[in-house]
Ligand binder design. Structure first.
Ligand SMILES: [Zn+2]
Length: 358
């Protein structure tokens, strides 16, 4: 099969479009012929590498993908031990030729957290494309519990664009952050995939959405998907003040900050008792915060990553029903993966960048 892989860490030049053995599905797995993959910032971080990341080279990027099932490994259905969740029950009905989207959140399926339906707390957790070879490939083989069956007419690009970012935003906003109808939520950054998903999910449940963005064009696009209050950070000395004024000097109930170094502004923009949610740090992992804001304002900082199999299914149900609409920025051919990664890393995108595979 054709893939894009890298044999050592480095810049975009380490990505090679080349041949690689097509995987054989192991027991419990299905082989998927991919039609689309989607990029995430994690792909570039993995390509660059970090000190404790140990990969079996060559490595294949990619957490998101959608395609059709072309083969099953032995005992694929029998190995679903409990079929306790709706996700697992649906996996039992998968057939060759079914169109599916992939959940990259790989729990072991056996530990106390997986059995309790909290598989993103799994003690042996992996993320597809991070420590396991991913979806920048014509085929991928995965346990069938990782697959969500798509309706016949649902677009593979839309599906590929949806899985990681919507499950991440859904779990963070609703399950960890307990965002309620009528609350206000600040989203720091307008263009990224998780942020566009967060805007839509917050609107879907009836929250008021404030977006801080880097330029007028991105803010216009944020407004087109439901943002209520737009703040252009290129025109503000301190955007936290602008948020405060825009909320009648009350502050927002919830802030979504996946930038990191903007935490202080997000903490200032929150009302007393507010919650700051984070699922990443696009501007780097280390920054300073002033602890006085946290205790004096009764603030909570709540982290999470990815979601559970059930959260994934809940949000995919809304996507295939057309209630949430993945935003696609641009589509590239698989062989153009390095160009696609550059666009993402330079924050030129609004929404998801897709690799067209078949
Ligand atoms: Zn587990």
């Amino acid at each position: 099969m054709k893939v894009v892989f890298f044999q050592q860490h480095g810049g975009p030049e380490v990505l090679e479009y080349t041949d690689f053995p097509t995987p054989k599905p192991k027991p419990g797995e299905a082989l998927i012929r991919l039609h689309a993959a989607a990029l995430n910032r994690m792909d570039v971080m993995v390509r660059n590498g970090w000190p404790r990341l140990k990969l079996e080279m060559p490595h294949i990027n990619g957490a998101d993908g959608a395609g059709e099932i072309v083969a099953f490994g032995d005992d694929a259905r029998e190995l679903l031990t409990s079929a306790g969740s709706a996700q697992e029950a649906d996996s039992l009905r998968l057939e060759i030729g079914d169109r599916v989207v992939i959940n990259a959140n790989l729990g072991c399926g056996k530990c106390q957290f997986c059995l309790a339906g909290k598989d993103n707390l799994c003690r042996d957790w992996h993320l597809l494309g991070e420590t396991v070879r991913g979806t920048y490939a014509e085929y991928v083989s995965l346990p069938i519990k990782q697959l969500y069956r798509l309706p016949q007419d649902f677009d593979y690009h839309q599906a590929g664009a949806s899985a990681l970012v919507y499950q991440t935003a859904w779990h963070s906003l609703l399950k960890r952050g307990n965002l309620q109808k009528g609350e206000s939520v600040l989203i720091v950054g307008a263009g990224g995939g998780v942020n566009t998903a967060s805007v839509q999910i917050a609107k879907y449940i009836g929250a008021q959405v404030v977006v801080v963005g880097s330029n007028a064009k991105k803010l216009e696009l944020a407004e087109s998907i439901g943002a209520d209050i737009l703040i252009d950070r290129s025109k503000e000395d301190d955007w936290s003040k602008a948020v405060f004024i825009a909320t009648n000097k009350r502050g927002v109930d919830v802030a979504v900050d996946n930038v990191g170094m903007t935490f202080m502004q997000s903490l200032r923009a929150l009302r007393k008792g507010g919650r700051l949610l984070t699922v990443g740090n696009s501007a780097g992992p280390k920054f300073e915060i002033d602890n006085r804001y946290i205790f004096a304002k009764h603030l909570s900082i709540i982290g999470s990553t990815m979601s559970t199999l059930n959260d994934f299914r809940e949000v995919l149900d809304l996507i295939v029903a057309g209630k949430l609409k993945p935003v696609i920025d641009m589509t590239y051919a698989l062989r153009e993966a390095s160009l696609a990664q550059a666009r993402l890393w330079n924050n030129e995108n609004f929404g998801k960048i897709i690799l067209d595979i078949h």
